[in-house]
Design a binder for this molecule. Structure first.
Ligand SMILES: C[S@@+](CC[C@H](N)C(=O)[O-])C[C@H]1O[C@@H](n2cnc3c(N)ncnc32)[C@H](O)[C@@H]1O
Length: 248
């Protein structure tokens, strides 16, 4: 690992706003934030632009950036500490295990800005709008909590529309070409959005919610719970819990 990455890796272990594979945080995030404000997640947060901008935009909101890469999380976490944004936090986990880290209905909304589109059909299960992930969002979101997807990928955009239809979700907003000067939440630009715009790419946006009943997502829930079980066994088998935080 490059020297700079190693230093950042060591540093985030001591950042009070970064949680790496924590135990027992489900249901305790409001206690951590010391308020009852809604909690928004930014999944695949990278440097955490949505997390930082949302807490600056709304005085009564908490935001948690979620990503597995400590090196990227470092950026947002460091900025939050420097700017004293105490309602912003970062969680270093694999999104595949989200339900282990949040209690049912603990989350008010989810942003997914520019996730990897995983265009190969064989990798479809890794897309963050695959039902393998959607069942988890359904569990931790409040009823009718919105999921916001921003992407440069027309394939991921179409695929997500197909999934919403397939599982009986509700489409609230669809924008096929987000203008450069969009205002409000939609106007927050991430690192990847700036890269895509510089290449002249179109930016797509969807806001949707999930059905309340489990039926359409049940097979994925079963599979996900089995995978989670394995993950928990893996965590339990690690003698020094810190060793898992060394894996990039
Ligand atoms: C293309 S980058 C986008 C980063 C940021 N959202 C942006 O727009 O600049 C995708 C990010 O998703 C993270 N990621 C992808 N799959 C993940 C998973 N299953 N669990 C956690 N993080 C994941 C990667 O580590 C990476 O930081």
């Amino acid at each position: 690992m490059a020297h700079k990455k190693l230093i950042r890796f060591e540093e985030i272990k001591h950042f009070p706003n970064v949680w790496s594979f924590p135990q027992g945080m489900a249901g305790n995030w409001h206690r951590y934030f010391q308020n009852d404000f809604p909690i928004v997640l930014e999944l695949a947060c990278g440097k955490g632009e949505y997390t930082l901008s949302l807490v600056k935009m709304y005085e009564q909101l908490n935001a948690i950036g979620v990503d597995v890469k400590g090196n990227r999380i470092w950026k947002g976490a460091k900025a939050a500490l420097e700017q004293q944004l105490t309602r912003a936090a970062f969680l270093r986990i694999q999104i595949e295990h989200l339900v282990w880290y949040f209690a049912p209905q603990e989350i008010s909304a989810i942003w997914i800005p520019f996730p990897d589109p995983f265009l190969k059909k064989s990798k479809a299960k890794k897309r963050l709008t695959h039902p393998r992930f959607l069942w988890q969002y359904q569990q931790i979101l409040k009823p009718n909590g919105k999921i916001h997807l921003k992407t440069d990928s027309p394939e991921l955009f179409d695929y997500t529309l197909e999934m919403i239809d397939q599982i009986g979700g509700r489409l609230h907003v669809r924008v096929d070409d987000v203008p450069e000067d969009a205002s409000g939440e939609l106007g927050i630009q991430t690192y990847y959005e700036r890269l895509h715009r510089a290449e002249g790419k179109k930016i797509y946006y969807l806001a949707f919610s999930l059905p309340e009943d489990w039926k359409a997502l049940e097979p994925w829930r079963q599979e996900g719970l089995a995978a989670l079980e394995k993950h928990l066994q893996h965590l339990a088998g690690i003698h020094d819990p810190k060793s898992i935080s060394n894996v990039e």
